[in-house]
Write a protein that binds this ligand. Structure first.
Ligand SMILES: NC(=O)c1ccc[n+]([C@@H]2O[C@H](COP(=O)([O-])OP(=O)(O)OC[C@H]3O[C@@H](n4cnc5c(N)ncnc54)[C@H](OP(=O)(O)O)[C@@H]3O)[C@@H](O)[C@H]2O)c1
Length: 306
């Protein structure tokens, strides 16, 4: 075990709590225990193996960094019940929740850290092993202990080192920018899942079995991500757009919309995403303004139900 990290305890052994506790322990951090609710069912995986369950008072007595890995709506309520002391650091992992939710920790003299792994933890046993390369949004309130700049610098250094120790990449979140930051991350995560689910649904309507659909669509999705990465790195996102919008093929768009109408499928998502593609194509010079305007008009008409 290394001594350069503080001792940690997790309150809320859910998907994120178990994954981080596992990864930190693997990296040599002293994870002294976790606190669950008495009425909770035991975790169904072995990520907490070797990490003991504790009472809240024991966790606060044994650990310095206290991770509140509870649902967002519970962070403030749980924090408000804890006997914070100045040697504690209160941490939450929410992307959307301001550090204000930990105000009771601040009142007790503890420092406050937001440590939001930019990863999806729906399957913790997968996520816990894939933190390498994951970025983590880190926020440390500069108003905590304003007279102790050295403590804040040490805290920032510790949070960054902790991230790096498990292969994560620290990303500083500017105070007050959490909502946009979190909404953007959601587009790269569950919004992608929803779009892929829509693809499966459309293929199901076309009579294609889910297993076959997955086999066919995943390589397409993966290559689209690689293409996006290349285009975004080159600063020209229109280069990653393919399909009828990229070709300015209004006829194919028309055939899609007709099929939706015939089968009673709501075209709203198709039109919204199509309009975003038109906007991306407008950044480049592959299509002329007349073609772009025609597609925009047609997609707008269908999106508002005309
Ligand atoms: N899931 C993700 O992909 C993801 C990604 C990044 C960040 N986050 C953030 O990570 C945090 C945790 O999310 P999660 O997905 O891990 O949630 P989760 O799987 O629902 O886990 C929450 C855990 O907290 C426990 N809990 C609830 N109230 C409690 C209380 N009063 N005292 C002690 N434990 C309590 C729950 O117990 P029960 O099982 O008994 O309810 C559960 O073990 C949230 O702030 C979330 O925004 C989540």
């Amino acid at each position: 075990m290394t001594t350069r990290y503080p001792r940690m305890a997790f309150i809320g052994p859910g998907r994120v709590g178990r994954s981080l506790a596992f990864a930190f322990k693997q990296a040599g951090v002293d994870v002294v225990g976790y606190v669950g609710r008495a009425e909770s069912s035991p975790p169904i995986d072995n990520l907490l193996e070797g990490i003991p369950p504790l009472q809240t008072t024991e966790a606060l007595a044994k650990a310095e960094w206290i991770w509140l890995t509870v649902p967002d709506g519970q962070i403030k309520a749980v924090s408000d019940t804890l006997p914070w002391q100045p040697h504690h650091v209160a941490v939450h992992c929410s992307g959307a929740t301001p550090l204000d939710a930990l105000s009771s920790a601040g009142t007790g003299g503890a420092a406050r850290v937001g440590f939001h792994p930019i990863q999806i933890f729906s399957q913790p046993t997968i996520a816990a092993h894939h933190l390498d390369g994951t970025s983590v949004g880190i926020e440390i309130d500069p108003n905590d202990n304003p007279h102790q700049a050295s403590r804040l610098a040490a805290l920032t250094d510790c949070a960054n080192q902790l991230a790096v120790g498990v292969g994560m990449r620290p990303l500083a979140i500017k105070p007050g920018q959490r909502a946009l930051y979190h909404a953007g991350a959601g587009f790269a995560a569950s919004a992608l899942v929803s779009v892929l689910a829509e693809a499966l649904d459309l293929w199901a309507s076309a009579g294609i079995e889910p297993a076959q659909a997955l086999t066919a669509l995943l390589p397409l999705a993966r290559t689209s991500l690689l293409s996006f990465e290349s285009a975004a790195t080159g600063g020209a996102l229109d280069a990653a757009v393919a399909g009828p919008v990229a070709r300015g093929d209004l006829g194919v768009i028309e055939s899609h919309l007709t099929a939706f109408e015939e089968q009673g499928i709501d075209p709203a998502l198709y039109c919204t995403i199509g309009l975003k593609q038109v906007a991306l194509m407008a950044r480049g010079d592959r299509l002329n303004a007349v073609t772009l305007a025609a597609m925009e008009q047609r997609l707008t008409e269908s999106s508002v139900g005309h």
